[in-house]
Design a protein around this ligand. Structure first.
Ligand code: GLN
Ligand code: ZN
Length: 756
């Protein structure tokens, strides 16, 4: 049985590419140095796959920043503002990726967006009225030849025309169909060039096919591929889909003259049914995505072999594939020195997934696979109870009833009681939680971790910072204060470290965008809380002031979404376990006299399914209750806040209101306050703090600017429901700009209060 990999991570086992690129940015590294690092990484990655006998290895899955950006450059889609900089090609490329400020000019970067349902972000190509779409680059061809020189025949991979067009930003008033002919011509040239080079297989990625498509999209798909496949010559074309099933266009996809079709059987909930109902054309190869490219748990061979049996009943021309590019998992378990051998047995990162593919390729041929040692040792993991299992926690979740998700009395009544108790001025001012994490704060944490200072010294330093932070906020004149989050490295990691059931890796980095990587915690077992972990600092902060200090927590959905989730229990069960642990913390904060508690759900939208039909059944029906569970038992006069990053939640605004928080703050400043109309139209009941300035920029907003924003907000939002705050935490900002910005925020608010 043959095996295939859709794409391999490119940042390097120890993030070599990240560091080489960042040195190049700083001028410590020449272009030649950078190209050499890139070349050697590509060679390593191809060899690793070849060593594991992968037959279909990708080339052109490498990128200095992002594959969509590479495609834009390949097709000459370079907005004028970058051309006018007159930079060498590589620098122009990086200018598009991250903006440019220097002697050649001053331009913003291309917009960046979340790549489907992953935590990877791509750069949005920008087609201008004057753009001439045509093949101009040679990257895919060069990399194919580079591999060939190493003796490795690869399948080049390119982003498909439909996905590319649907993700691109177009000139006002245009539809993507307007550019279809030009894009087809450019792709025909790409295929012609591959044909000249003697390429055997070409992989064209069309993840857009797993999203909701309309009739025009399907028609565009058919037109594009009829035109391309008519000219494929001696090149075999694999149409690769991932991140879901292709239920809207299965018939149209299988009707085209592709030589192979890649289908995701891990995230594609309906993939098996589609295959069973419609069959699979006998003249094509099915690339069956059965190894999870997004999560790090070892494959369960019993389940996968059973799945492959179902697939084999419909087609015998089969290749075993990853479900998506391995870009979304870390490199290798070999770099982990702190996980136990018993723990490591449960995981596979990119490199170990190659072995899984190879083993499955062997097992599927065996008449009696179950007798095979590879099978037996795999099944041991799935038949015995894992360390980290706690029946008491599971029972707590099972015992939950409807009432555990309902806070009483209802919102309107609580709102009155809270107003009486808190007695805040109209348009209360506050911040989102963190204050600048300056060098001394990080140093203190690092010293404590290394054992250079003891617990008392560590805490004393943090208390000092808290007390300065409280004084600062009082001086500025804010109404609801925060302790500043100096003890937290990261809003999820800190919680993972304080709760039972999480594992942490040392080197398991995953690319988030460009040179930025994240190292998500692993939800390993049943999650619980042994003791309160935020109460002490919050209580200390509250003891220093008569103004209310908000307790500050991370919500269960965000903790789940920014970790590697379990596969042995449902997201729902896992998130309820986390919810119960946080709920205990909420009640302890309340008992300690904290009257306002903020529970951040920064990443609420992260796992929202790609298809609207699945939003409720697969996500919102447990994600929203998980948040309600966390605060359902607090007293009516305790005020619950939440905070969300990103403003693209217009389409789930009702569900957000149903989280039943008392106050929500979010990022609206970058989206031109568009969301405010949506709040009004939907009669949004929760009090709101839409964020009056953008904290992602070091700019200090003026008093007048903030006044204007607040006035705009007041035109649409009842003054009794409006809060004034920055749009996210201040952790990444400098102290000086924070003081200036917050001072202006308070002054602007005071001026407006005079007029009300
Ligand atoms: N409370 C967190 C902070 O202020 C929220 C961060 C976030 O929304 N990403 O840093
Ligand atoms: Zn935020």
């Amino acid at each position: 049985m043959t095996t295939s990999v859709i794409g391999y991570p490119r940042i390097g086992k120890l993030r070599e590419l990240k560091f080489a690129i960042e040195s190049y940015f700083k001028g410590d590294n020449t272009q030649t140095d950078l190209l050499a690092v890139a070349k050697s990484l590509r060679a390593t990655h191809w060899r690793q796959q070849a060593d594991n006998k992968i037959q279909y290895i990708s080339s052109n899955d490498f990128s200095f920043y992002d594959a969509i950006l590479d495609t834009a450059c390949l097709l000459n889609i370079i907005p004028k503002r970058y051309q006018q900089l007159n930079l060498p090609a590589l620098d122009q490329y990086f200018a598009m990726a991250r903006g440019y400020q220097g002697e050649h000019g001053d331009v913003h970067a291309l917009a960046m967006k979340k790549w489907f349902n992953t935590n990877y972000h791509y750069l949005v190509p920008e087609i201008e009225a004057t753009t001439e779409i045509k093949l101009v680059g040679s990257k895919p061809f060069d990399e194919y030849l580079e591999a060939k020189q190493l003796g490795i025949e690869t399948k080049p991979v390119i982003i498909g025309p439909l996905t590319f067009l649907k993700l691109a930003k177009l000139p006002a008033g245009q539809t993507y169909q307007h550019y279809q002919a030009a894009v087809i011509a450019a792709y025909q040239n790409i295929i012609a060039k591959f044909s000249q080079l003697g390429v055997n297989w070409l992989q064209i990625d069309e993840p857009i096919l797993v999203t909701d498509l309309n009739q025009q999209d399907i028609q565009a798909f058919e037109q594009i591929y009829q035109a391309l496949l008519a000219k494929k010559r001696n090149v075999k074309v694999l149409l690769q889909t991932y991140f879901g099933d292709i239920r809207d266009c299965y018939a149209q996809v299988t009707a085209q003259s592709f030589d192979g079709i890649g289908i995701d059987f891990v995230e594609g909930k309906q993939s098996v049914t589609l295959l069973q109902q419609h069959g699979f054309p006998a003249d094509k190869i099915l690339f069956a995505g059965v190894i999870n490219g997004k999560n790090i748990w070892r494959n369960n061979y019993a389940n996968t072999l059973a799945l492959l049996d179902k697939i084999k009943a419909k087609t015998t021309k089969l290749v075993i594939n990853t479900s998506c590019s391995l870009l979304h998992v870390p490199y290798t378990l070999q770099s982990e020195t702190k996980l136990t051998i018993a723990q490591k047995a449960y995981f596979t990162f990119a490199q170990e997934k190659l072995q899984e593919l190879a083993e499955l390729g062997l097992l599927i041929k065996e008449a009696d696979a179950k007798q095979h040692t590879a099978y037996k040792s795999n099944q041991v993991l799935f038949t015995r109870e894992r360390e980290g299992t706690h029946h008491a926690i599971k029972q707590r979740v099972t015992a939950l009833t409807k009432q555990d998700f309902v806070r009483l009395p209802e919102f309107a009544e609580r709102e009155k009681l809270q107003q009486q108790k808190l007695n805040l001025p109209v348009l209360p001012t506050t911040t989102i939680g963190s204050f600048p994490q300056t060098g001394d704060v990080r140093l203190n944490r690092a010293k404590f971790k290394k054992g250079e200072i003891n617990q008392a010294q560590y805490t004393e330093f943090n208390q000092q910072k808290i007390s300065e932070c409280i004084k600062l906020q009082e001086n500025i004149g804010l109404d609801v204060l925060v302790h500043g989050e100096f003890e937290r490295n990261d809003m999820v990691e800190y919680f993972g470290e304080s709760l039972n059931g999480f594992l942490f890796t040392e080197k398991a980095w995953v690319q988030s965008y460009g040179t930025r990587c994240v190292k998500p915690p692993v939800i390993w077992g049943d999650v619980s809380r042994s003791k309160p972990f935020t109460v002490e600092y919050s209580q200390y902060a509250q003891s220093l002031t008569n103004k209310p200090v908000k307790g500050m927590l991370t919500g269960p959905v965000t903790i789940l979404n920014w970790s590697f989730p379990r596969e042995d229990i449902s997201y729902k069960e896992s998130v309820f376990q986390i919810g119960l642990a946080i709920a205990d913390e909420v009640l302890d904060l309340e008992a300690a006299g904290i009257g306002i508690i903020q529970i951040d759900e920064a990443a609420l939208k992260e796992k929202l399914p790609l298809r609207k039909a699945d939003w409720h059944s697969e996500y919102l029906d447990w994600a929203i209750p998980a948040f309600r569970l966390v605060h359902s038992k607090v007293k009516p006069e305790t005020q619950i806040h939440t905070h969300m990053c990103y403003s693209e939640f217009t389409d789930i605004i009702k569900e957000i209101d149903q989280m039943d928080a008392d106050v929500i703050s979010f990022e609206a400043s970058r989206s031109n306050l568009e969301i405010i109309d949506v709040l009004k139209r939907n009669n949004f009941k929760t009090e709101v703090g839409p964020g009056v300035y953008d904290i992602h920029s070091p700019r200090v907003p003026s008093i007048d600017e903030i006044r204007l924003t607040i006035e705009k907000l007041l035109a649409k939002i009842d003054k009794q429901k409006l809060w004034v705050n920055p749009d996210c935490g201040l952790k990444t900002r400098g102290e000086k700009e924070v003081v200036a910005s917050l001072t202006n925020l308070v002054k602007a608010t005071q001026a407006i209060r005079q007029e009300l």
